[in-house]
Write a protein that binds this ligand. Structure first.
Ligand code: CTP
Ligand code: MN
Ligand code: MN
Ligand code: MN
Length: 371
């Protein structure tokens, strides 16, 4: 009988939370193509196929080497027949015809255009497309279309908020929020999270956690911050969602369920004079300010570590943390808590490291979570 094969060294895990993925992507030609396909399947409501392409892209992003032939990928997880065929096409012809077909597909392009507006999701985009609308001017001229407040702001500030936010702009926004929270309480805790915490140079928004060291005091925090920003004339839009957090509830089984903490989705007016090196602006735009999308979430301080881990992302990293917890540890994880189903108890954490420890995972630094 054949001797059992020794376990391959440095085998790439199927879970993103067991891989270290920096912002350096050696396989962008493949992962960009996979993202086009993933989005195409998302628009066509084929979630399984969408996820398959997102997982494959995530694995390739983690590699410290560039794929030069498909044989080199045979020991990698999450790569199937379809993803391998696309890689082959790209390696042979420098591009994928399947991807190019999707990129030129009218429906796909229109849905992508519509969902690029703040407040417009796939369902609304689909509805507009079905009415025969193909451009922003079609939508804005169509009688009987009621834009909600978020969508109105989305169109109004479209140029600005579809332009990437730089790290210097994110820092300037951080200073504004920091000043506002410290007017309210000296015990404020403010942390930059999301893509910028993962070391990205550009983002589509800036994400912060704000809370206070006094449990319970966080309840009025966001409302007060919004009030101060409004008085300063910096608030272009705000959508506040009060907390619906219930400490007795088990963590959610759903992967992308929204958390229940108080949060707000803002558009802020950012002055050029506050930004080192100036604003990201379109050529010929001479205004001395731009609009920036900002998200704030405000958990009770004893849930800080779970919120920080949950809001740092990336989305694929979060998804796999939860999947790993459930499949490998019989635990339930979300942005609020970690529950051990075997011991029937909640596990407390004051740092992200505590949560990795509870899960029996090696600690992954924020800048290694770009899965
Ligand atoms: N998130 C969340 N609940 C929300 C909104 C966001 O848990 N209601 C999490 C997402 O899972 C994500 C992180 O917060 O991991 C940041 O979300 P987002 O700003 O959309 O993405 P970024 O990774 O910051 O990417 P970008 O730079 O494009 O903003
Ligand atoms: Mn399509
Ligand atoms: Mn973000
Ligand atoms: Mn965000």
């Amino acid at each position: 009988p054949e001797a059992p094969k020794p376990a391959p060294v440095n085998k790439v895990s199927q879970y993103a939370c067991q891989r270290r993925t920096t912002t350096e992507n050696n396989n962008r030609i493949f992962t960009d193509a996979f993202e086009v396909l993933a989005e195409h399947y998302e628009f066509n409501d084929l979630q399984g196929r969408c996820l398959a392409f997102r997982r494959a892209a995530s694995v390739l992003k983690s590699l410290p080497w560039a794929v030069r032939c498909v044989e080199a990928t045979q020991d990698l997880p999450c790569l199937g027949e379809h993803t391998t065929a696309i890689m082959k096409e790209i390696l042979q012809h420098g591009r994928s015809f399947e991807v190019e077909k999707i990129l030129s597909d009218e429906r796909c392009r229109t849905l992508k255009l519509f969902t690029s507006v703040f407040g417009v999701g796939p369902k609304t985009a689909e509805k507009w497309h079905r009415r025969g609308l193909r451009s922003f001017s079609d939508v804005l001229a169509e009688p009987g279309i009621q834009l909600n407040r978020m969508q109105q702001s989305g169109f109004l500030h479209y140029g600005d908020i579809s332009r990437a936010v730089s790290r210097a702009e994110a820092r300037a926004v951080g200073n504004i929020i920091d000043e506002a929270v410290h007017v309210i309480t000296p015990n404020a805790i403010l942390a930059l999270t999301g893509g910028f915490r993962r070391g990205k140079e550009f983002g589509h928004d800036v994400d912060f956690i704000v809370t206070t060291a006094e449990l319970g005091k966080e309840k009025s925090l966001l409302i007060n911050i919004i009030d101060i920003l409004k008085k300063q004339g910096l608030l272009l839009f705000s959508d506040y969602q009060a907390s619906t957090f219930d400490i007795s509830k088990l963590p959610s089984h759903r992967f992308e369920a929204m958390d229940h903490f108080a949060k707000c989705f803002l558009i802020l007016r950012l002055e050029a004079s506050l930004v080192e090196g100036g604003l990201q602006r379109a050529e010929g735009d001479s205004r001395d300010w731009r609009a920036v999308r900002v998200d704030l979430v405000s958990p009770p301080v004893d849930r800080y570590a779970y919120t920080l881990l949950g809001w740092t992302g990336s989305r694929m990293f979060e998804r796999d943390l939860r999947r790993f917890a459930r499949m490998e540890r019989q635990m339930l994880l979300d942005n609020h808590a970690l529950y051990d189903k075997t011991k029937k108890e909640f596990l407390t954490a004051t740092t992200e490291k505590d949560i990795f420890d509870h899960l029996g995972l090696e600690y992954i630094e924020p800048w290694q979570r770009n899965a």
